[in-house]
Design a protein around this ligand. Structure first.
Ligand SMILES: Cc1cc2nc3c(=O)[nH]c(=O)nc-3n(C[C@H](O)[C@H](O)[C@H](O)COP(=O)(O)OP(=O)(O)OC[C@H]3O[C@@H](n4cnc5c(N)ncnc54)[C@H](O)[C@@H]3O)c2cc1C
Length: 430
């Protein structure tokens, strides 16, 4: 099971994780994952690596459990509109396979992330009309942290089901990384949805106007932006939603973007790259990064003042690759009750994320970047009090605060569940 390579290569794509020296890399097959989680295993401590895009998929003196090489099964069922796939796939690879069948799943702004995308909620430019990735999960199977297998199906759960099964299913949809290793996921598929995408750059005043307009968008249209050296925006409209297409066309007349480009995509698999125009001169710098994702309701009348404060924060960022981005939610995200998944902030309209960047091995620059991240978090937290735990920070002092903000009162029952399912805390601490 152990890979021959003593250091992490692909799929550890996150530069900080890739720079760590792990105890070794394990590449288990489905039947070998249980023995790694079993209390007899001498492979401790562990880090689980799916798509390998976060800073904690590999760490100093931890064994990396790399799921990507062997969990590669994939079955598309066109009758039931389902895809079942192993946890080794990235979202881009999955969309590429599905496009050949004329279908897709709801993914985010990049194809790079692996199944961590789905397991932590998974939001994207179509979430306003289609909800989160977890809302499309039909079944999950894998191994709990205590080494016991699980296999849960949405269709088999009803009000009459055992309370513990419902609780486990609810927890897996958003908090799986704390409880077990998911080996296989079944998602509902959708026909490919053609999209119109408009990208360009704006100044902070125009961005405030766009945010205000976006809070009245129809569900088929979404705004995302990335603020680094410049502010890049991306508007994504569903071509099958006439109101969305009309609103997009009106908007680009009333609030024109600099260097505006319009493209069409046959589906999410063709979504153009987003973010590089925000870093025209620093995109190729090698940096280490930590990212924190916030969640909050509409900003309404507070938008201009908040943008002014964020403008000041951006002017004081300690490294040119420190950035602030935002993704629009709302719409169908709130159609699902906040009680049926571990994603509790169903009222969120915005998911801003803050990226702290520093040159590798520069301790002072790292601290300055993390301090900056916390200052921007403080600035935003009155408006975005929730957390989207898409990245885990159990190595940083604010892990506990993030857990509280992500799960709120549900953290206590979740901790009780972890006590049963991962009593030795083989998986990340909760
Ligand atoms: C370029 C880019 C764009 C992104 N865009 C979006 C976006 O539009 N929307 C959005 O919601 N998020 C987005 N993200 C965030 C991303 O979806 C999350 O950080 C996600 O957790 C990454 O998953 P991964 O498998 O690649 O990460 P990894 O680093 O491999 O895993 C992250 C953590 O998840 C856990 N994990 C991974 N696989 C499993 C498994 N099979 N079972 C149990 N636990 C597991 C592990 O604890 C691991 O430490 C983006 C990230 C990047 C890098």
């Amino acid at each position: 099971m152990e890979g021959s390579c003593p250091w992490p290569v692909a799929p550890v794509r996150n530069p900080q994780a890739a720079a760590a020296t792990p105890s070794g890399i394990l590449t288990p097959s489905s039947s070998e994952v249980a023995s790694l989680l079993n209390s007899n295993s001498h492979h401790r401590p562990l880090k689980i690596c799916g798509g390998g895009t976060t800073s904690r998929c590999a760490a100093e003196a931890h064994w990396t459990v790399d799921l990507s090489p062997k969990l590669r099964q994939l079955t598309v069922d066109q009758q039931t509109h389902r895809v079942r796939f192993g946890s080794g796939w990235t979202m881009g690879e999955l969309q590429g396979e599905l496009a050949q069948w004329g279908c897709m799943v709801t993914t985010g702004l990049s194809g790079l992330p692996g199944v961590g995308f789905v397991l932590t909620g998974g939001m994207g430019p179509l979430s306003r009309s289609l909800g989160l990735a977890i809302d499309h999960v039909q079944s999950l199977s894998g191994i709990w942290g205590n080494g016991q297998p699980f296999a849960l199906k949405r269709a088999e759960l009803s009000e009459a089901s055992a309370k513990h099964s419902i609780q486990q299913w609810t927890a897996l949809l958003g908090a799986a990384p704390f409880l077990g290793v998911v080996q296989e996921i079944e998602l509902r598929t959708l026909h490919l949805l053609p999209l119109t995408v408009v990208q360009g750059c704006v100044d902070p005043n125009r961005l405030a106007e766009l945010i205000t307009a976006a809070e009245h968008f129809p569900r088929g249209l979404s705004l995302q932006w990335c603020w680094g050296e410049a502010i890049e925006v991306m508007l994504v409209a569903r071509c099958d939603d006439p109101k969305a297409v009309e609103t997009l066309s009106d908007l680009t007349r009333t609030i024109p973007l600099n260097d505006q480009r319009q493209t069409t995509a046959a589906g999410l698999h063709q979504l153009p790259a987003f973010g590089s125009r925000a870093f025209p001169s620093t995109q190729d710098l090698v940096v280490h990064q930590e990212v924190i994702g916030l969640l909050g309701p509409g900003w309404g009348k507070a938008t201009p003042a908040l943008l002014q404060a964020l403008n000041a924060a951006m002017a004081n960022r300690p490294h040119p690759r420190c950035s602030l981005s935002n993704q629009q939610l709302g719409g169908a995200v709130a159609d699902c009750s906040s009680q049926v998944t571990a994603f509790r902030h169903r009222d969120a309209e915005w998911k801003p994320w803050i990226t702290a960047s520093w040159p590798p091995d520069d301790h002072n620059a790292r601290q300055a970047a993390l301090n900056w991240l916390v200052r921007v978090w403080e600035e935003l937290s009155p408006y975005c009090p929730g957390i989207h735990l898409a990245q885990l920070h159990d190595h940083l002092p604010w892990h506990g605060r993030e857990l509280e903000a992500a799960f709120g009162p549900w953290l206590t029952p979740l901790r009780q569940l972890k006590q049963q399912l991962d009593p030795e805390a083989v998986l990340p601490p909760l």
